[in-house]
Design a protein around this ligand. Structure first.
Ligand SMILES: NC(=O)C1=CN([C@@H]2O[C@H](COP(=O)(O)OP(=O)(O)OC[C@H]3O[C@@H](n4cnc5c(N)ncnc54)[C@H](O)[C@@H]3O)[C@@H](O)[C@H]2O)C=CC1
Ligand SMILES: O=C(O)CCC(=O)C(=O)O
Length: 524
C-alpha cells in the first residue's frame, strides 16, 4: 500500500484519482506533524508552503515522487531529489489563466488606485480627486518572461489597446510577431515600458533581475508588477526607487519571504499587495490538483508521467513502444553487474536495429539503474542513474550502430574494468520476449528473469551431468538450461534457471567440481 502525504492545502475534488486508487492511503497532514511517519511515505504532494529540502529528503528514504500542485518548483530542491532518484512532477498549465487574470487585475487595480479608494470609502471618505488614475489604453507593457503566463497576459493586454514589448531569451521573432508583441532586449523593455511585469521562474539567473541597476534604466513614473516569485524584483532596491519617487507604484502578489511579516514596502500607499493569490481560483486549484493526482497515480501504476521536471516527457504511445526495451535494458544492466565481480570503469552501450528509433538515452539510464540495483544501497532509477555513474567514476558512452548482429534490434554493452572487458547483448523478439543472446564472448540464448546460475566451465564430458546431480541431490529443480561454447573441449558457459532460489550449500558443492572455472548466482 503506497502512503501518500498531502502536505499543503490541495483541492479535495482534484485528489479524486488518488482517493479512488485502491493501492494508496492518503494522509492529509503537514510534514512537521509529529503523527506523520515520514520514513514510510512514498509520495509527497505540496503547493508552495512546504519546503522540500535535502533535510526533508533525508527523513523520507521511501519517497519516490514529489508532486507540486502548481508551476514553480523553487520550494523543492530538485537537485537533491534527482540525486536520490526521486521524481519531481508539477502541474505546468493548470493555473496559467488564473495567474494571468490576477496579474491583469492587479495592473488595473494599481493604475486606478482601487484598493486605496476602496479603503478610503469604507473609512467614510469621499476623495475623488485623490484617486485619479491612468488608462491602460495606449500604454506600453513590458513583459519579462514570455512563457505560458506572460503570453496569456500579453493577449489580454493587447485587447485593452496596450503596446506589448517583451524580453525572453527563448522567444523567436516569428512567435513574437504571431502574438503581436515586440521582441526586445531587457534594456529596451526597461527603457520604454510604462508598466513592467515579471513572469520568469525564480532561478539563480533571474534572482534580482530587477535590481538597482535595472531600475535606474527605467522611465520615471514606471509601475512594477510581480505575480511570479519574490526576489525576481529586488525588494530593497524597489523600496529605494519607490521612496525616491522614480517608481510610481507596484503591485505584488509574491514576496522573498512568505508571509512577509513586517515589510518595508508596506509603508507606501502606492504599493498594493495580495497574499500569493495568483493561482487561487476554484478552477486553477481543481486543475492543478487533478493534474498532479493523475500523475502520481500513473507513476505508481508504472505508466509514463508527462510533467516531470527531472525525467524526459514521453507520450503514452511512445512509452508503450519503449516499454519492452526498457525492461530488456534493465535486465541487461542487472545481469551484467551480477556477472562481474570487479570494479567497472567504463560502460559502452551500442543500440542497433529498430530500437534506435526510440529514446535511447532513456534506455541507457534504465540499463544503468539495473546495473546499480544490486551493487549499491541507494535507490537508482532513470532520474539519478547518470549522476550515480559519474559520482562512482564510471564513464558511460552511448552510440548507434548499423550492425545488429543479425537481430531486428540489439542492445550491446561492454563493461571495462582495470584488467578485462565483458560484453553482453540482448534483443527483444516479438511474441517471444527479451533474450540475452551473447555473454562474455559466447553466443547463448536465455530469458533474463528469475533465479539464474551463470557457470563458466571446460567443455568436458560429464560436467553437465555432475552439475545436474548435485542440484538434484539438493532437491533443486532445473527449469531451463542453456549452454554455449566456442570450440570443442574449450571454455564453455552454462546458464541454468530455477523455480526457487538455490541454497549456498549447493553452490559451494558446485564450485568444488573439477572443470568449473567460475560461477555467479544471478537474481533478476
Ligand atoms: N503567483 C502565483 O500564484 C503563480 C506564480 N507562478 C510563477 O510564474 C512563473 C512563470 O510561470 P509560467 O509562465 O507558467 O512558466 P513558463 O515556464 O511557461 O515561462 C517562463 C518563461 O520565462 C522565461 N525566462 C527564463 N529565464 C528568463 C530570463 N532570465 N529573462 C527572461 N525570461 C526568462 C522562459 O524562457 C519562459 O518562457 C513560475 O515559474 C512561477 O514561479 C506561476 C503560477 C502561479
Ligand atoms: O499553490 C499556489 O497557490 C501557488 C501557485 C504558484 O505559485 C505556482 O504554481 O508556481
Amino acid at each position: 500500500m503506497y502512503q501518500i502525504l498531502v502536505a499543503d492545502a490541495i483541492n479535495a475534488e482534484g485528489l479524486q484519482p488518488l482517493l479512488e486508487y485502491k493501492d494508496a492511503v492518503i494522509i492529509e497532514k503537514k510534514v512537521t506533524d509529529p503523527e506523520v511517519e515520514l520514513e514510510k511515505i512514498d509520495a509527497l504532494l505540496v503547493r508552495s508552503a512546504t519546503k522540500v529540502t535535502e533535510e526533508l529528503f533525508e527523513k523520507m528514504p521511501q519517497l519516490k515522487i514529489v508532486a507540486r500542485a502548481g508551476v514553480g518548483v523553487d520550494n523543492i530542491d530538485v537537485n537533491a531529489a534527482t540525486k536520490r532518484g526521486v521524481i519531481v512532477v508539477n502541474a505546468p498549465d493548470g493555473n496559467t489563466i488564473s495567474t494571468a487574470e490576477h496579474t491583469f487585475a492587479m495592473m488595473a487595480a494599481l493604475m486606478r488606485n482601487i484598493p486605496q479608494a476602496h479603503q478610503s470609502v469604507k473609512n467614510l471618505e469621499w476623495k475623488r480627486n485623490e484617486f485619479v488614475g491612468n488608462e491602460l489604453y495606449g500604454k506600453t507593457l513590458g513583459i519579462l518572461g514570455m512563457g505560458r503566463i506572460g503570453t496569456e497576459l500579453a493577449k489580454r493586454s493587447k485587447a485593452f489597446g496596450m503596446n506589448v514589448q517583451v524580453f525572453d531569451p527563448f522567444l523567436t521573432n516569428e512567435r513574437a510577431s504571431k502574438l503581436g508583441v515586440q521582441n526586445s532586449s531587457l534594456d529596451e523593455v526597461l527603457e520604454h515600458a510604462d508598466i513592467i511585469t515579471v513572469h520568469t521562474p525564480l532561478t539563480a539567473e533571474t534572482k534580482g533581475l530587477i535590481n538597482e541597476k535595472a531600475l535606474s534604466k527605467t522611465k520615471k513614473g514606471v509601475y512594477f508588477l510581480n505575480c511570479a516569485r519574490g526576489g525576481i524584483i529586488d525588494e530593497d532596491a524597489l523600496a529605494t526607487f519607490i521612496g525616491n519617487g522614480h517608481v510610481a507604484g507596484a503591485a505584488l502578489d509574491v514576496f522573498e519571504v512568505e508571509p512577509p511579516g513586517e515589510y518595508p514596502l508596506f509603508k507606501f500607499d502606492n504599493v498594493i499587495v495580495t497574499p500569493h493569490l495568483g493561482a487561487s481560483t476554484r478552477e486553477a486549484q481543481l486543475n492543478v490538483a487533478t493534474q498532479v493526482a493523475k500523475e502520481v497515480r500513473m507513476f505508481f501504476e508504472d505508466k509514463p508521467v508527462s510533467n516531470s521536471i527531472n525525467l524526459p516527457a514521453m507520450s503514452k504511445d511512445i512509452f508503450e513502444r519503449i516499454r519492452p526495451f526498457h525492461y530488456l535494458a534493465k535486465q541487461i544492466g542487472s545481469t551484467l553487474s551480477q556477472c562481474i565481480n570487479e570494479g567497472i570503469q567504463e560502460i559502452s552501450i551500442t543500440f542497433s536495429g529498430s530500437v534506435t528509433d526510440l529514446e535511447t538515452t532513456y534506455l541507457t539510464k534504465a540499463l544503468l539503474s539495473g546495473f546499480f540495483k544490486n551493487r549499491i544501497d541507494i535507490y537508482v532509477n532513470e532520474v539519478n542513474a547518470l549522476l550515480t555513474a559519474k559520482e562512482r567514476g564510471i564513464t558511460v558512452g552511448e552510440k548507434i550502430s548499423t550492425n545488429s548482429f543479425g537481430y531486428a534490434n540489439c542492445i550491446s554493452v561492454t563493461a571495462k574494468s582495470e584488467t578485462r572487458q565483458f560484453t553482453i547483448r540482448g534483443t527483444f523478439i516479438d511474441h517471444y520476449g527479451p533474450r540475452i543472446v551473447y555473454l562474455n564472448d559466447f553466443n547463448i540464448d536465455f530469458y533474463p528473469e528469475g533465479n539464474l546460475l551463470y557457470i563458466q566451465h571446460m567443455d568436458r564430458p560429464g560436467v553437465i551431468g555432475r552439475v545436474g546431480k548435485i542440484l538434484g541431490d539438493h532437491s533443486i529443480n532445473i527449469a531451463t538450461m542453456q549452454v554455449g561454447r566456442k570450440q570443442v573441449g574449450g571454455e564453455a558457459i552454462m546458464i541454468l534457471s530455477f523455480d526457487k532460489p538455490i541454497d549456498d550449500i549447493a553452490v559451494n558443492k558446485l564450485n568444488e567440481l573439477d572443470d568449473i572455472v567460475s560461477m555467479n548466482h544471478i537474481l533478476l
